[in-house]
Design a protein around this ligand. Sequence first.
Ligand code: PCA
Length: 326
Amino acid sequence: MNKLLKILSVIAFSLFSIVNVNAAEKWDMPMAYSATNFHSQNGVMFADAVRIATGGEVDITVHPGGSLFKGNDIKKAVQTGQAPIGERLLSAHQNESLLFGADSIPFLATSYEASDKLWKHLEPAIRKELDSQGLELLYAVPWPAQGLYFKKEVSSIADTKGVKFRSYNNATARIAELMGMLPVQVEAAELSQALATGVAESFVSSGSTGYDRKVWEHLTHFYEVNAWLPRNYVFVNKKAWKKLSKKNQDIIRGVAKMAEAAGTARSEQLSGWYLTQLAANGMKVQVAEGQLRTDLEKIGKTMADEWIANAGPEGKKVVDAFKAEK
Ligand code: PCA
């Protein structure tokens, strides 16, 4: 009897170990933007593809809309291991290193093609920087080009003085300053609230965020500037990454490449549609021209010069290589 129990416990123990070896890594993935946003939908497809391709061994659950961690807290949460994986706006970290803001230099890369080229030169530097912070870069997808939202007609920066402006990173706060506006940093998840309460009365973003946040309920004018295409990126805590088998790491890298291509294609496909939706909901959608365009280009030049002067040799190398390829 005793012998039988011993044998049974050995069998039970080995079964337990086998199950344990194959147990799924369950990863929660905080994302900052709404569930219906294309970045979030792409994140869900990425998670599904990883689950399928790893035979269920890596099981990622997406938490959009800042529901698990607010946008501003996602990187810290992943760095400290509170979440193994997450997504964040890359340029939100330009206060840590200007390199993170290379995709938000006004008028440097203003189309999807240019954005891809810039990313090709920027990606290795970002990967290295993130690695030194204990993070593994997986993929990055651009937002549609950025334009300006107001609740009045604006013909030049003379019309923007004193306007309360919602910023989403240092570059957008600097734009506000240079346009004589008053910047206040607000996450996209809280944008409708900020507009409704008058905390902000204008902002710079894509048609995507204007559409997601139904900003026609508060604002009236959208000016297409095509100033830059900032990226969201998905990254993993290195310790969590190292716990995966080499095979699963390779699978996830492959799926990440597909997610980057699919998300970028989706962003481009939707970019024009978002603007038609703004117009269909009553906004005046127009191209920034004349004095407004001239003023914005001047501000863009100031900001590009400031970036190059402060980003150090590595930043300069990225921008030079991008320009040389143009
Ligand atoms: N939407 C994000 C960042 C860039 C964009 O198009 C936002 O406004 O927060």
